[in-house]
Design a protein around this ligand. Structure first.
Ligand SMILES: [Zn+2]
Ligand SMILES: [Zn+2]
Length: 120
């Protein structure tokens, strides 16, 4: 049975992984590129609330754009996870190698100790 500590690599926090700015929730575009129409009631763009409460309807372009962006986000997330798994695999492999080296060194030391012991 092996027991390993389960730590994040140093210097990595969850904040590094999450993008700082959220895209538009209605069309999925970055807020600068959002092409949602202005809400006639409150004057906001791309606010999902307006589509529920202010009578705006999501156009085909908007829903297709959102679907595309959600898909891309999921793909990126998956790619991130794969990268993360790979990093973790490598780390475990390195730890295994290090452990094997340590074991070998310890065994060597043990042998040397036995060899060096005077016979009584
Ligand atoms: Zn939008
Ligand atoms: Zn509104």
């Amino acid at each position: 049975m092996r027991t390993f500590g389960w730590d994040l690599p140093p210097g990595c926090t969850m904040n590094d992984i999450d993008p700082p700015e959220r895209p538009c929730e209605v069309c999925g575009m970055a807020l600068d590129d959002c092409f949602c129409p202005e809400c006639p009631v409150c004057g906001e763009y791309g606010n999902p609330f307006c589509y529920r409460e202010h009578g705006l309807t999501v156009s085909k372009e908007q829903s297709e754009s959102l679907a595309k962006h959600l898909q891309r986000e999921m793909d990126e997330h998956k790619a991130d996870e794969l990268l993360w798994d790979e990093m973790e695999d490598n780390r475990l492999k390195e730890e295994d190698e290090y452990r094997a080296m340590e074991d070998a060194a310890a065994m060597q030391e043990e042998l040397e100790k036995q060899d060096g012991e005077p016979c009584v």
